[in-house]
Design a binder for this molecule. Structure first.
Ligand SMILES: Cc1cc2nc3c(=O)[nH]c(=O)nc-3n(C[C@H](O)[C@H](O)[C@H](O)COP(=O)(O)OP(=O)(O)OC[C@H]3O[C@@H](n4cnc5c(N)ncnc54)[C@H](O)[C@@H]3O)c2cc1C
Ligand SMILES: NC(=O)C1=CN([C@@H]2O[C@H](COP(=O)(O)OP(=O)(O)OC[C@H]3O[C@@H](n4cnc5c(N)ncnc54)[C@H](OP(=O)(O)O)[C@@H]3O)[C@@H](O)[C@H]2O)C=CC1
Length: 472
């Protein structure tokens, strides 16, 4: 069997669907085919601006048959690309001739492998994996979470009625998103979540980079789902009902070895702490929240160029090294000279932006036109929730790639907000807004305009001064 289309997009995640949506707008009369291995596809909905360039949105799951008539769909798996003859072959043996192809095949969990029997170490990516987690939790009393990024932070906060052993290699939690100060803010909030503090005290402090390096620990203590995915599943273990359990955190630790208990009853994990000491813990299973690997399980007549992290290397127009083949979302790695305030992180905001960009770029190529890269790639922005707090991350919010030559100005009100400005040569280079996103638009402007903030000194974060007024 064979088919033909002008634009073929592979993958029904946010990147693929955004790419198709953009193609349908730019080239309404062209034939567009979405090839997806799952009949459930994801799209962005309820887009709400948080600032001028920053949005929060929901991710909607839909059956591919409900996608409307403006493009065609095929539920099957990409197996082989023949880029020189412009066709692909699916697993079911269908050949699809295309003029332009976009690969949006996302990622898969990069599981920690430590000679553990498969069912005892799981990763979270899609609904099936959460159902697997749910089934395992139903009989579990102790689980270990390995990793220190988005998924580990969400699970450590959301899991109920189970003892959580959270193993992180850093000296603070949630290291992919926050600094040690913000981690401490979350840690205190987790402990005091039900305690009312009628008079929160606000502190403002300016520090040099070297002051915020993690303090050495003295004791020994690690198609994707949509936002708030954990709210739609009961993630309770088999422990005592209603008991408040805080995760036990093992800082600066790594898994040294793992031993399976008989009858898949669990695992004994031997942890190695940074000081060389060892500690043993027994758990029912391990959640490996240790990142994603780009999903490229298909063959190609000519080699695709990959980046060091395994992503398909793309330029600013989302083009791969193969003619008329584009890629977007988690599967690709941005290989263009990054703008001053932007860097890649595998997040759905970027999957959406890259998917739309790929769509525009393919449409322009088909008409012999050229387009500029979208402005969204000028400024990194991420809106999320961590430990129950709204979080906005802008620019180089953790001083990424700034070396040691920057200042940090922090305003912190216990259990209320943690606001951090990253300043270089008195110019705002990044911001972390936890618990209060009112400053998001002002921060966007300050970062993009590079205004000299020296005249304002520490007042820039004085809660009694409305800095939005200052810079209007
Ligand atoms: C638990 C979890 C929570 C997350 N929370 C957040 C968050 O709060 N905020 C945030 O910004 N990001 C979050 N992310 C990350 C975000 O979900 C991803 O960055 C984003 O969804 C990537 O979109 P994508 O379209 O590139 O890939 P995916 O969503 O992985 O979609 C890839 C699609 O391609 C299909 N596919 C793969 N191979 C083939 C093939 N050979 N043939 C046909 N189809 C194929 C897959 O079935 C899938 O439909 C989270 C991720 C996870 C796992
Ligand atoms: N709220 C949000 O925005 C959320 C976003 N996500 C996204 O979903 C994707 C998957 O999330 P997640 O799996 O948490 O990935 P992340 O990339 O966010 O975090 C992976 C973490 O695991 C650590 N790690 C990697 N390998 C090992 C290992 N062998 N042993 C111990 N630790 C290890 C990493 O450390 P190091 O960095 O030092 O390698 C990092 O701390 C990511 O793209 C993430 O950004 C997920 C959930 C929520």
């Amino acid at each position: 069997m064979s088919r033909e289309c002008e634009f073929l997009v592979v993958g029904g995640g946010i990147a693929g669907v955004s790419c198709v949506e953009s193609l349908v707008i730019c080239r309404p009369n062209a034939s567009v085919l979405l090839l997806t291995e799952s009949s459930v596809v994801k799209s962005v909905t309820n887009l709400v601006p948080v600032a001028r360039y920053l949005h929060k949105f929901d991710v909607r799951e839909q059956d591919v048959s409900e996608m409307g008539a403006s493009f065609e769909t095929l539920v099957d798996q990409l197996d082989h690309i023949n880029s020189s003859e412009h066709f692909i072959r699916t697993k079911a043996g269908v050949e699809v001739k295309y003029r332009y192809l976009c690969l949006c095949t996302g990622g898969t969990p990069k599981l920690f492998s430590g000679q553990v029997k498969d069912p005892l170490v799981i990763g979270i990516r899609d609904t099936d994996s959460v159902l697997q987690l749910q089934r395992k939790l139903a009989t579990a009393k102790d689980i270990m979470i390995l990793g220190n990024g988005g998924i580990a932070s969400e699970l450590a906060y959301e899991l109920k009625e189970v003892n959580v052993h959270w193993v992180v290699k850093d000296s603070h939690i949630s290291a992919t998103f926050v600094d040690p100060g913000a981690a401490e803010f979350f840690h205190i909030a987790m402990n005091e979540v039900n305690e009312q503090d009628s008079s929160p005290v606000t502190a403002i402090k300016r520090m040099r980079y070297s002051e915020v390096l993690p303090k050495e620990q003295t004791s020994n203590h690690g198609a994707a789902l949509g936002p708030d995915w954990h709210r739609t599943f009961d993630l309770s273990g088999a422990g005592e009902r209603g008991a408040k359990r805080l995760p036990k955190i093992y800082y600066k630790s790594r898994v040294h070895s793992v031993q399976n208990l008989a009858d898949n009853a669990g695992v004994i994990v031997n942890l190695e702490h940074e000081d060389g000491s060892f500690e043993q813990l027994t758990c029912d299973f391990i959640v490996s929240a240790t990142g994603v690997l780009p999903n490229t399980h298909y063959t190609c007549d000519s080699p695709l160029k990959y980046s060091a992290d395994g992503g398909i290397s793309v330029d600013e127009m989302m083009r791969t090294n193969l003619v008329d083949v584009f890629a977007a979302g988690d599967v690709c790695t941005a290989n263009w000279p990054a703008a001053m305030h932007w860097f890649q992180m595998r997040l759905w905001t970027q999957a959406r932006q890259m998917g739309s960009m790929a769509g525009r770029s393919m449409a322009a190529a088909s008409e012999g036109e050229s387009v500029y890269q979208d402005f969204c790639f000028e400024l990194f922005g991420h809106v999320t929730k961590l430990f129950g707090y709204p979080v906005v991350l802008l620019g180089r919010f953790n001083g990424q790639d700034l070396g040691r030559d920057y200042d940090i100005l922090v305003r912190c009100t216990r259990n209320k907000e943690y606001i951090k400005f990253v300043l270089q040569n008195n110019r705002l280079r990044g911001a972390m807004l936890i618990g209060n996103s009112d400053l998001a638009e002002t921060c966007e402007n300050l970062i993009l305009n590079g205004i000299d903030l020296e005249p304002y000194g520490n007042d820039i974060l004085n809660p009694d001064i409305d800095i939005e007024d200052y810079f209007d």
